[in-house]
Design a protein around this ligand. Structure first.
Ligand code: ZN
Length: 511
């Protein structure tokens, strides 16, 4: 027997059931039961009882659904929003705990045998650092050719040659000199910002003294953030292809250092953001050591800023301050609703309308189709500029009418969509009256795409410092790309400066 189709279901309703005699009713109920069982079984499929991949499990696990509903009450403002992302929320913390994570700290365990370099590094070049002036009386100092260095260290640095990249090893020697005034001046490597994290045994200091040069550190950060590689994979790649052997800890330190060097640049970008004319805003779930967080993005034509935090309105003020007077392009999420100059993303509404056109109930499907056509025409009119300007029969007027019609119906999803449009009416049609406004929030969604994939590979970040590093690096990379500036040369430069305690230059503005 064939399975009941959508057309079959459309014809069935209460009146039809009542018209049937008992024997027929049993037959119909049997068919409906069969369909229900089939669908239920499909719902309960996961990687352990079918050929579905394990990655699909997070959408279906029951305990996850329970936590999801908890989160939905917690973020009650988010009710207006029904994007795919919300369904992916999973209680990673619970899962990690049950697997024994969280008890064990990352890195080398107590009593484990350490790993160290077995063959010493060989320098291809020696770089000498002599003091130029006396630290006490400022007189110029002469280089003493017989002097012995008081300290030295190796630096591995990535060089961009015409024929490709190469990693060079240099030995840096630091010398002491004695002035005529009798003062001994020692030349020392410089140092910059110190990042303090409570509970960490050693603070992270940005300094010249270190094995990895700025360009190699930038390369490592690019592999991690831009190419989404794990620390162990980066270690493998450097060892197998570049002939550089670094431990995972050093690799992690490089990424953090780059993040710390980038974060003051991002502070400036946020300030610049406040004078923008149009900002696209969006957010997606993020995990920080299994805790549920949100990754926000604010993007204009020349600035991209990412931020990891909660989903509250106050968090938004980190990105968009009171000083901002331009337009926001957003989806229907509640945190944005009080901002007056706003465009509600039409693509979101169109996707919801498309879902309605596939509804079983024909009346609902027809109304959904009408809504969809009106929304599409609104965008089409914006693109071509040949819509009806007549007040009573303009695109917005027709859209308004179909929404009012839809609110009267019984169908919850149709009513919800119509109410979403009507409750945020000014923001939905803002682009109709302000042609400079983009009708969709595609810019922000595209800007989040990279991070969404990264989240699914790595399950987010582990610490607040790691989150800050990730956001800062991503912000600088994306801003450089928007301005058509080489992000890697810029980041290597600001890291060099940060290790010397010198303030960074701003990212050049696109010409
Ligand atoms: Zn002196």
């Amino acid at each position: 027997m064939k399975r009941l189709s959508k057309e079959d279901l459309t014809q069935m309703n209460r009146d039809y059931f009542q018209s049937l005699d008992k024997q027929k009713l049993v037959e119909v109920a049997g068919n409906l039961h069969k369909l229900a069982v089939e669908q239920l079984e499909k719902l309960e499929q996961n990687s352990s009882n079918s050929s579905l991949p394990p990655s699909s499990d997070q959408f279906k696990s029951k305990e996850k659904l329970a936590v999801q509903s908890e989160q939905q009450t917690e973020h009650s403002e988010s009710e207006t929003k029904s994007k795919q992302e919300e369904k992916q929320v999973s209680p990673i913390s619970e899962k990690l705990k049950s697997k024994g994570f969280g008890k064990k700290l990352p890195g080398k365990q107590k009593g484990a045998k350490g790993i160290w370099r077995t063959t010493p590094l060989v320098a291809s070049e020696i770089v000498s650092h002599h003091p130029e002036t006396c630290a006490s009386c400022n007189s110029p100092l002469e280089i003493d050719s017989d002097a012995k260095p008081h300290m030295g260290y190796y630096v591995l640095e990535l060089e961009n040659l015409d024929s490709g990249i190469e990693v060079k090893c240099r030995l840096h020697h630091y010398y002491q000199a004695t002035c005529a005034c009798g003062h001994h001046t020692k030349e020392k490597p410089l140092f910059g910002y110190v990042s303090v994290v409570e509970g960490r045994s050693k603070d992270l200091c940005l300094q010249e003294y270190g094995l990895v040069g700025p360009m190699l550190a930038t390369f490592i950060a690019s592999l991690a953030v831009r190419y989404r590689m794990s620390r162990p994979k980066i270690r493998e790649l450097l060892n197998d292809w570049v002939g550089v052997s670094l431990c995972v800890g050093t690799i992690d330190r490089c990424i953090r250092e780059v993040g710390i060097a980038c974060s003051p640049v991002v502070e400036e970008l946020i300030e610049e953001l406040q004078s923008a004319e149009i900002i696209h805003l969006d957010e997606t779930p993020w995990y920080e050591k299994g805790q549920y967080r949100w990754l926000w993005v604010a993007i204009t034509s020349t600035i991209a800023v990412y931020h990891i935090g909660s989903r509250r309105k106050e968090e938004l003020l980190r990105l968009i301050s009171q000083a901002f007077v331009g337009w926001l392009v957003t989806d229907g999420y509640g945190a944005y609703i009080n901002y007056p100059k706003r465009q509600h993303c039409l693509a979101h509404l169109i996707r919801k309308a498309i879902a309605l056109t596939e509804a079983v109930d024909k009346e609902v499907a027809d109304l959904g189709q009408w809504l969809l056509e009106e929304l599409r025409e609104l965008i089409h009119e914006l693109a071509t500029g040949d819509g009806d300007k007549d007040e009573t029969d303009s695109n917005p007027a027709r859209l308004y009418r179909v929404c009012r019609l839809a609110t009267v119906g019984e169908h919850t999803k149709l009513k919800a969509l119509a109410n979403e449009i009507l409750n945020d009416w000014d923001a939905v049609v803002a682009c109709f009256y302000n042609p400079q406004l983009p009708p969709t929030n595609n810019e922000a969604e595209r800007a989040l795409r990279h991070a969404v994939i990264a989240r699914r590979i790595s399950y987010g970040t582990r610490t607040a410092e790691g989150s800050l590093a990730y956001c800062s690096i991503l912000s600088v990379i994306e801003t450089c790309r928007l301005r058509k500036v080489d992000p890697w040369a810029y980041i290597a430069m600001i890291l060099t400066q940060a290790r010397r305690g010198i303030k960074h230059p701003p990212i050049p503005i696109a010409s």
